[in-house]
Structure formats: C-alpha cells, structure tokens
Design a protein around this ligand. Structure first.
Ligand code: PMT
Length: 401
C-alpha cells in the first residue's frame, strides 16, 4: 500500500480570498506526497497570489485564463477534467459556490468541475455572514446533494478582524479529507476498522494518575492509513497531545474501563479491531475523592486491582490485531499474547528506551500471525508500519470471505 496521493492527478482550483496563501502550502504538500498538481487560478485569485508561486511549486504551467492560446485548457478544454483523480477548490468563495450550484462554466475552474467525473472537494473561506446567508447555504446543500464534499469553514479570526465561522480549514486537515476521498475505492472500501491509541489514564486521586509513555502516534498512523485505504474508521483514543485526524470518527476516553466499553460497542460489527493503545492492566482499588495527604509512612501503600483485558474480551470484529510492547524476550512474549488474547495478528515492538518507540515517528516491528508466519520489518515510519499491518488484515479478510 502506498501514499494515496502517489501519481494521482489533482486539480487545485484557487479562487479569490485572503486564504489563497494556504493554497500555496496545500499545493506544496500535495506535490511532496507524490501528486501531479494542476493549478487553476481565477482572476480574483491572481489579485491575492501570483501564478508564478504555484508554477514554482508544482513545476507545471498554471492555468489563469480560458482563452490563453498557450494554455492546455484552451487547446483541449476538458483535458484536465478528464485526467483528474480529484478536484479540490481551496479556498472556495461564495461566488464560486454559486456558480457551481447553478452550473455555470465561464471560467477554467467551473468549466473543469462540470466536465469531470472526479470527486469534488470544496474548502470555503469567506466572511461568516456571507457563509450563513440563505442563498449560500442553499447552494452548499445543492452541491452536497450532487456529491460534493464540503469541508469547513472553521471558526476563528477572520480577515475582517472579527471572529466567526468563515476561515478555510487548516491544510493538514484538508489533506486528511482528500486522502479519504481518494481512498474511497481502495482495498478497505466499505470495511469498518476500529483502532485504539494512546496510554490509558487511571486516577489515584483528583491530582495523581497512573499512566504510561504512549503518545498515541502508532494508533493514529493506523487510523489514518485505514482511512486512506477507504475504511470507515473509528479511533478510540486516550492520547492527550495529538489533534483529531480528519474524516475519522474519534472517540476520546480516559481510563481502561471507558476504553473497554467503547471498544466493545464499536467493534460489534467491525471488520477489524486493531489495538495499538497501551492499556493499563491495573487501577487503584479505591480512588480517593480528595487529594491524598502526605502521611507519616515512608513507604505508602497503593492497592491495585486488575482492569479488563480488552483485546482478550472483544470478540465482535472479524479480525483482531494486538500489539506487544516488550523490553525482553520480544517474540516469545508476543506469541504468548497472540494465543492468550485470541488475536489473528500480533505486532511486536521492543519498547526499551534505547529503541525510541514511544513518541517517535518511526517504529521497528515484527508481525506474527496465528497461522504461523513471522514478518520482521526494518525500521520505518509508523504510517508505513500501519500500511504493512493493514495489508495483512486485507489478506485475512479476503481469505475469510
Ligand atoms: O503511542 P506511541 O508513542 O506511538 O507508541 C506505540 C506503542 C509502543 C504504545 C505501541 O506500538 C504498542 O506497543 N502498543 C501496545 C502497548 C501495550 O499495552 O502492550 P501490552 O503488551 O501490554 O498489551 C498487549 C495487547 O493487549 C495490546 O494490543 C494492548 O492494547 C492490549 N491490552 C492490554 C492490556 C489490557 N488490559 N487490555 C488490552 O486490550
């Protein structure tokens, strides 16, 4: 499984808004992800940003005019539309929304939208009152009914200096939505994948907690890779420092008991449950409602009780994947967990401090299967680890159907 953007033809339409500067960043990120990006600027967009900016980033001619005899759109006016895998208009003004809703085709962007069968994603940016205007809302609804995906606008500071819902969605989040759109026909299309992430937190008193070093990055990478391969993805997370990935249903939990309930419910009809969360095996037997005072004892005693083993007890999903976080006897312990928890796959990672797994963007894992295979992977990004795991999940699902 590769990046969903690799060798994809993406048409980036840019319309006249102060948010045009974000379009340059978007273009750059898409190129870095391996996409071929054709940029079209409306006349109004060119008042905010220079076509040369996009030409320098995308290394392709930028289309600015329907009738420029030198441009591809003048020579073969639907060529871009035909080769597009995705059309994204970011930022999208109220004017462009109105044109698209009405079926106009008098500029290179609206013409391309009418002529393409590729998915259309719009990222509106405008004054909050404009976005709330009845006619704009009516047009947005019309476009949604025709299958367009409209992401944002978000609430924040606007160009006017006021705060309202009119800011273009942040580029990172927009890219998540584009990934989801491109993945819709991929290997996990129509599948439901439930992923857990982060370290659960058990309270001792209102101030003190029991937790672990998991950042959540491994689980988030799996959720994003599942989304990028077309899955309806549910992420159940105890992580506190990561922002929610886009186009994924995110359920925040704190402790093991809450994660247990959320996993049992979400995985009932799931195709796969992948548990990358570092789950606390124990919790304080009695949780003090008040901060425990420093006592006279030099060795205060904390009584613990066992938490449920979520992976062992969750049997709703067709495929179960666990992780083994070990500091010694990696494979031996992973195999014991594979069997005792009834998992189909176990991803073993050495979490000794010298290995730098917690919080890092890379991991080195060995995947073992209940059917006997062992795959030792080199160190790679957590997203690539995720793709390898999902590849195995796809194989198991295929064999079972
Ligand atoms: O979050 P990062 O910083 O990116 O780090 C990633 C990671 C090291 C946390 C991740 O790769 C990892 O190894 N996650 C599993 C950590 C863990 O709890 O391992 P374990 O060996 O204790 O548990 C085995 C499996 O049972 C795990 O899938 C765990 O989610 C599950 N479990 C454990 C205890 C419990 N009570 N219920 C469970 O479901």
């Amino acid at each position: 499984m590769k990046s969903p953007f690799e060798n994809k033809n993406i048409v980036l339409g840019v319309t006249g808004s102060i948010a045009c500067y974000k379009a340059a960043d978007l273009c750059s990120k898409l190129v870095q992800l391996g996409a071929n990006v054709d940029v079209i600027l409306t006349e109004a967009a060119q008042k905010f940003i220079n076509p040369l900016t996009f030409k320098s980033i995308a290394h392709r001619p930028v289309i600015t005019n329907l009738y420029d005899p030198e441009s591809e759109i003048a020579m073969a006016h639907v060529a871009l539309a035909q080769r597009a895998d995705l059309v994204v208009i970011a930022p999208t003004t109220a004017n462009m929304i109105g044109k698209l809703a009405s079926g106009l085709a008098d500029d290179p962007i609206s013409l391309t939208v009418i002529a393409t069968s590729a998915p259309l994603v719009l990222a509106p940016a405008m004054d909050a009152n404009m976005f709330e205007a009845a006619i704009v809302q009516e047009n947005v609804l019309k476009l949604k009914k025709r299958g367009a995906t409209i992401v944002g606008p978000i609430t924040g500071r606007l160009a006017s200096g006021l705060t309202g819902t009119g800011r273009m969605i942040e580029v990172k989040e927009l890219i998540g939505h584009l990934s989801a759109e491109l993945g819709k026909n991929s290997q996990l299309a129509g599948r439901k994948i439930v992923v857990t992430a982060g370290g659960t937190i058990e309270s001792i008193d209102p101030v003190r907690i029991l937790t672990n070093r998991s950042s959540g990055k491994m689980g988030y990478a799996i959720a994003e890779a599942a989304r990028d391969n077309g899955a309806n993805t549910v992420l159940i997370t105890a992580a506190t420092q990561l922002s929610d990935p886009s186009a994924i249903e995110v359920i925040h939990v704190e402790n093991t008991e809450d994660m247990y309930k959320a996993v049992i419910k979400a995985s009932k009809n799931a195709d796969a449950l992948i548990m990358a969360a570092a789950v606390s095996d124990y919790k304080a037997r009695l949780k003090s409602p008040h901060k425990i005072k420093k006592g006279s004892s030099n060795s205060p005693y904390l009584e613990l009780e066992t938490n449920p083993d979520i992976l062992a007890e969750a049997n709703g999903a067709k495929v179960k994947v666990g992780f083994a976080a070990e500091t010694e006897d990696l494979l031996k312990n992973a195999r014991i967990k594979l069997d005792s928890k009834g998992a189909d796959l176990l991803v073993a990672n050495d979490v000794s401090s010298s290995n730098g797994v917690f919080g890092s963007d890379t991991n080195k894992v060995t995947i073992i299967g209940s059917c006997g295979f062992i795959e030792d992977l080199p160190r790679m990004s957590k997203y690539s680890v995720a793709q390898n795991i999902l590849h195995r999940v796809v194989e198991i699902l295929k064999n079972r159907s």
